[in-house]
Design a protein around this ligand. Sequence first.
Ligand code: TYM
Length: 338
Amino acid sequence: MASMTQRVFSAMQPTSDSLQLGNYLGALLQWVELQDGREAIYSVVDLHSLTLAPDPAVLTRRTRVTAAQFLAAGVDPERSVLFVQSHVHEHAELAWILSTFTGMGEAGRMTQFKDKSAQVGESGTNVGLFTYPVLMAADILLYDTNLVPVGEDQRQHLELSRDLAQRLNARLGEGTVVVPEPYITKDTGKIYDLQEPTKKMSKSFSSPRGIIEILEDPKVVAKNIKSAATDSDAVIAFDPENKAGVSNLLTIYSALTGRAIPDIVAEYEGKMYGHLKGDLAELVVEALTPVRERTLDWVESPDRLDAVLAEGAAKASAIAKVTLGRIYDSVGLLPKRG
Ligand code: TYM
């Protein structure tokens, strides 16, 4: 049954050697905040990333470095559960059950599936890419999750998770699973590419100059911010529709300082874009430097990192086992004796 304390679940894929600023501002900062007064469970979803056919050694390395970045950003293993998805076999098992509740049409409508399959072409599109959101629903429903902090690009996947939860409850009885709510922040839910500020910043689609990797050399970070694309009318104003570039910079500025955007706009009235970019470059470097240093510390002690992940997997398994058992019973699978 659902616990009294609100439960939070979220996850990221180990698909690169560094998270990017969108992951950090759009999700990770919320993860850290939501640890207070709630039961938080965070995962590195390695099974999801297999849909992109990673090199095995690279996947292993990225799984550790992704977990290390969660810890470095402030995910606290004393207060939260942190684990690797493949260490808890119930995820794959629940995904199978949920796939039998998912329509071909509704899975085919997922825009991320359409984008990714268009990127790799029909011959590169595997079935796992198609069922990806079903595995994601399993991740969430397995922990009787109330809140899922993610960026805007995951909204449609979360809608599917909610639809599946409601479908299970309607067919198998109310209370079979908890219906999760998205937790998407209005301002930082979508951080845009620095060179093409109408597109989201993304590990797979952004160019090296359009993205800020959080483990990147501070000089490159500063250079990318300073060379961000802005418009030619040189007025610092927040207007995402007509001034996407500068509005994105103001959003990042606001997220890092906690200051309201109108306040920042007022401070820079009459100043040049270069001024804003220079200050923002400093702010971003200042925010990311300790995260980079702490990540390197964790990566240099893989035994300590693996111990945190093992403890997390044990705690996650204990919860997952109970939920999966309840769902197996509800669908009528014959209980195993002994
Ligand atoms: P992933 O690994 O692509 O991204 C991790 C998180 O970062 C957010 N994000 C952004 N937020 C704001 N602006 C951006 N430019 C930006 N780019 C990425 C994403 O929205 C996400 O929150 N399918 C998920 C992983 C997943 C998951 C789950 C998430 C698997 N199971 C269960 C929540 C719950 C994904 O690919 O995220």
